[in-house]
Design a protein around this ligand. Sequence first.
Ligand SMILES: Cc1cc2nc3c(=O)[nH]c(=O)nc-3n(C[C@H](O)[C@H](O)[C@H](O)COP(=O)(O)OP(=O)(O)OC[C@H]3O[C@@H](n4cnc5c(N)ncnc54)[C@H](O)[C@@H]3O)c2cc1C
Length: 446
Amino acid sequence: MYDPLVSAHPGHGEPHTSSYWAASAGIQPEDDGPVRGATEVEVAIIGSGYTGLTTAYFLAREHGIKAVVLEANQIAWGCSGRNGGFARASGGHLWPSELIAHYGKSMARAYFEETRDALKTLKRLIAEGGIDCDAQPDGVIKTAHLPSRMAGLETEAQLFNDEFDFPVETLSPQALSHYHKGNEVYGGIRLPEGFGMHPLKLAWGYLRMARAAGARVHPASPVVGWERKGGRHLLQTPGGVVSARKVVIATNGYTSPELHSALRGRYMPVYSQIIVTRPLTAAEAAESLPSSDSMIDTRNLLHYYRRLPDNRIMFGGPGAISGKDATHPRHKLSLLHALVNKFPALEQVTLEHEWGGWVCMSRDGIPHVYEVPDSPSVYCASGYSGSGVSYTTVAGRRLAAMAAGNPDTPPTPLTQTPPPRFPFATFLRLGQHLAYQLYRYQDARN
Ligand SMILES: Cc1cc2nc3c(=O)[nH]c(=O)nc-3n(C[C@H](O)[C@H](O)[C@H](O)COP(=O)(O)OP(=O)(O)OC[C@H]3O[C@@H](n4cnc5c(N)ncnc54)[C@H](O)[C@@H]3O)c2cc1C
């Protein structure tokens, strides 16, 4: 298992992880095959997830630059091919009260508007590209998993309404039961914008759009060496050297320590685990998730779940701490236990898929789109902290403008700086282990 804090690079031509998405996505649109021989380009993009592919698309469409995308494995092999497929107005994991406390009302509001713009851009790209990604109707619910968590949710709903002009509804336990049956139903809040979709189909749609606009997208082309010579970047791949005037790093949580020294300690890959059940019967669906809204709960180690178009339940949550331990069955069993605990009606349900991936956390909980320190002509976006499905559209558009030499002016300066480093980066995993113990204790206390 690739572990971004330990392994030298993510592999070479690895197939997609076995998942419900890989099993149901159909056939990948054509790509450009691995790099063969030496190539010269204006912009090379490392990584073919949403960030890399939208950057390539916007570079071609808005700046007339036909970039080359280099992917170590199959297209969208990282987070973009394996996430939960929740798209919402968010760029990180901070809620209104935290945004306002950290940045003040006007900055928090401008940042939230940018995340709404990201969601709108995502919808526009899906429409423009005719991407058939099984998008479900809008609606995101955060549920109070304990009675004591409802007061905090009411505060967030009020801030959404009063400070962000965003009509969030507070749901009593009775109102929640129209969307969510079972246990842990002490009320919730419902966001009117945000939807679930098939993440790999979305990535493949972007692949088609980027190539149709003129970009070349090369799978099985890991960047395994990087030299600077005569104002150019020489990126070494197994099939040949790509010489570029500018480089975009779009490797996010799958960035290895070897890729660029200035990125070390600026991101924290956290493993998230997903399980998918067999299709539910109509009675089981009615007794668990009667609606297709996207659900998240109030745990620190949160559960995210929704009913898929074919009536399966996708249920995600915390997984292993290290790559070595990631495939241990106890992680999927612990999620199954949590699922049945929420929905006793699913006691007999069986699992058909399980997988996981590295979510990229930033220290301050918001994403960053920036020029890499001491590396002019190298740009990077990372740290979506579990909310990259929509925010990568804004990041891709901004990275394209930076690499084209026409940087735009984002609505806030918050996300333009390099991500702050984690203190004691060598002890990240130990810190995570201790934090998980504390979170489990807090999550169980009313
Ligand atoms: C289990 C899970 C669930 C998630 N659920 C959600 C969700 O529901 N909603 C949401 O908004 N977000 C979610 N996320 C996060 C979201 O998927 C990411 O924020 C988003 O996909 C990031 O896209 P990206 O293009 O920046 O990075 P990625 O999609 O991770 O792409 C990075 C790519 O870089 C490649 N790469 C790395 N090193 C090299 C190299 N040296 N040479 C060439 N290529 C290289 C990797 O192979 C990888 O394909 C989830 C993530 C996980 C893991």
